[in-house]
Design a protein around this ligand. Sequence first.
Ligand code: ZN
Length: 219
Amino acid sequence: MTTDLWALRREVCALHAELVRNNLVAWTSGNISARVPGEDLMVIKASGVSFDDLTPEAMVVCDLQGTVVEGDLSPSSDTFTHAYVYREMAHVGGIVHTHSGYATAWAARGEEIPCVLTAMADEFGGPIPVGPFALIGGEEIGHGIVETLAGHRSPAVLMRSHGVFTIGDTAHAAIKAAVMCEDVARTVHLTRTLGDPIPLEQEEIDALYDRYQNVYGQR
Ligand SMILES: [Zn+2]
């Protein structure tokens, strides 16, 4: 095994702690994968392993058809979904999947989260869209994700009646999108309990998105 692959297995393993720390997962649901830079390979969590028991050995290396290349365990049941997205979206370096509660409540209603907060305009550049219902196991979910996110600013999609998939340049960026998605899903839900949220104008959304993506933070 090359040192790079082992380092990536360690890194993806450690990143799973963020899902637990941010209360995005229950029991064994939820997973993270990362593309192996420069190769048609990815590292993904093994299927059905509890977050407390995750070790780098429980990270599986697969090719982008979903076939195991390295690792002793079976990969996540979402492996074909992740593989499909990496094949179709060359800029994606990391993918996160969760059933986080507030965001999945919107997914269960098949309702997009409207862009009514500056934090949403910053990170998502508009509403968080809903993808089609699809059965788990094959590539159908991957199709739905790519079809929904292609040409969309949002790095998050609510797959109907299922949960959240987020993409990023890196696995770390995809985790950030998953955390932010749950946070805004909760806030917009709370807003709805108070009354009607006030929509943001498209120019305001565009200005916020541009500032956050290009100016905000440390350069
Ligand atoms: Zn799922």
